[in-house]
Design a protein around this ligand. Structure first.
Ligand SMILES: Cc1cc2nc3c(=O)[nH]c(=O)nc-3n(C[C@H](O)[C@H](O)[C@H](O)COP(=O)(O)OP(=O)(O)OC[C@H]3O[C@@H](n4cnc5c(N)ncnc54)[C@H](O)[C@@H]3O)c2cc1C
Length: 404
């Protein structure tokens, strides 16, 4: 791998692809060096708060925010989609037909809902993991009678949050888990979630999976046909294929393969952050809990390279999993720094208050970094070697029993 030399005479241009949690923190953190030109390219003119998409779908909240104060002074926002990265020419080809040249690139394109392989699911299911899917579901729900049945597929965190939110709005909801409810939670965590879902009237099916989705029903693995006026698919996230399409090495899901400094395995000028990064092929859990810190660390790697210094290796500790169960209840599952759950939870209204404070705090910390670059805080850990293998992580929400 070549060692880039500092650029003494020219201002370096750093382009951040993706203005989500990782991309905004990265762009703001780069402003520590006042001599950089910083551009964020994002497909939409607004920031999507993906952690509130279940609220948008259920009608209990919104999930978009103007970039305004989320990006620090001097950062240019280009609303466009990157079609291809030409890493040899250091050029981005945009969907508009324009192009952007870069000296360093931070790759932060995030993730989306995985298009399910189950028959009928792609056609009739609603993906909750991106703005388009959540908005489509919202419009369908508005037109549906309140008593029409809704099936949520996926017993992971997104499925649990979606089921709770929809049930609190008075919808009859069945949650088909295809395995244990909240498999990443501790015993207490699962009990806390199950209790509140029960109170909200959600029927939880753990032992069956969905084997077919129809326009008005789902077929379960035990051949039961369950009426469903709207089927919400939360099982599985995937990553945009931009890196793979551009000839950069990725893992099986499409995350950019990097070393522990988040630098692409193929190109020292490309650094990844957030859901689309696979450091040492051992990615962190897809979460905004990891995305922000990864954004700051990706920016640090670029800053170090520009300064001609060796970049630091990744250090990030998880603290827990926060789950909303409607607006008034929540479960906060505490974890070890490697993201394994400990048998300690905070539930009920206190859990809901903590979750809401964290959602607000996430944007607050992006804004603070925009106003005062270098103030972004995250928990660090020397325990990367203990990072959980992907199949044991909490997100992406997975449905075992062959349902996807
Ligand atoms: C319903 C739901 C609830 C969740 N709750 C939680 C939670 O409580 N806690 C938690 O930690 N995590 C939660 N998550 C996960 C969390 O939202 C993601 O892990 C997080 O958004 C990842 O941040 P990111 O910056 O990597 O990517 P994203 O937030 O996905 O941002 C990526 C950005 O890149 C843009 N982009 C993509 N491709 C291109 C391109 N080619 N050109 C230009 N722009 C592009 C996208 O438009 C997007 O703005 C939840 C997710 C969902 C769906």
């Amino acid at each position: 791998m070549f060692e880039p030399t500092p650029l003494p005479d020219a201002r370096a241009h750093v382009v951040v692809v993706g203005g989500g949690y990782a991309g905004t923190v990265a762009a703001n953190h780069l402003r520590i060096n006042a001599d950089l030109d910083i551009t964020v390219v994002n497909s939409r003119p607004v920031f999507v708060e993906r952690i509130r998409l279940h609220q948008l779908a259920a009608g209990s909240g919104t999930a978009t925010v103007e970039y305004g104060t989320l990006l620090g002074e001097g950062i240019e926002l280009v609303v466009d989609t990157v079609d291809r990265i030409d890493s040899v020419a250091r050029r981005l080809l945009l969907a508009s037909g324009n192009h952007l040249d870069y000296d360093y690139l931070i790759y932060a394109v995030g993730s989306t809902g995985a298009v399910p392989a189950v028959p009928g699911a792609a056609e009739f299911g609603y993906l909750l993991a991106d703005l388009d899917g959540a908005t489509r579901l919202r419009h369908t729900l508005i037109d549906m009678p309140a008593e029409a049945p809704v099936v949520v597929v996926g017993g992971g965190l997104t499925g649990i949050e979606a089921a709770g939110e929809l049930a609190e709005q008075g919808r009859p909801v069945t949650l088909v888990c295809g395995g244990p409810l909240g498999h990443s939670l501790s015993k207490r965590g699962r009990r806390s979630v199950a209790k509140q879902l029960r109170k909200l009237g959600v029927e939880v099916l753990e032992a069956v999976a969905v084997s077919e989705v129809r326009w008005d029903a789902v077929v379960l693995s035990d051949h039961t046909v369950l009426p469903s006026a709207a089927t919400v698919w939360t099982a599985g996230f995937e990553v945009p294929d931009l890196a793979a399409r551009s000839g950069l090495r990725t893992d099986a899901l499409g995350r950019l393969l990097t070393d522990e400094t988040l630098t692409s395995a193929d190109d020292a000028r490309i650094v990844a952050a957030g859901d689309c990064a696979a450091p040492s092929d051992r990615p962190l859990r897809m979460s905004c809990q990891a995305a922000g810190p990864l954004g700051a660390q990706a920016a640090n790697t670029v800053l170090s390279r520009i300064a001609g210094e060796a970049p630091a290796v990744l250090s990030q500790a998880f603290v827990g999993q926060c789950i909303s169960l409607g607006r008034s209840h929540g479960t906060v599952q505490l974890s070890r720094s490697d993201d394994t759950a400990v048998n300690v939870v905070v539930g009920g209204r206190t859990g809901a208050a903590i979750k809401e404070a964290i959602c607000k705090g996430t944007l607050w910390s992006v804004r603070r970094e925009a106003a005062k670059p270098g103030t972004y805080f995250w928990f660090k850990s020397g325990k990367r070697s203990a990072q959980l293998p992907i199949e044991q992580q909490a997100r992406p929400d997975q449905v075992p029993l062959g349902s996807q």
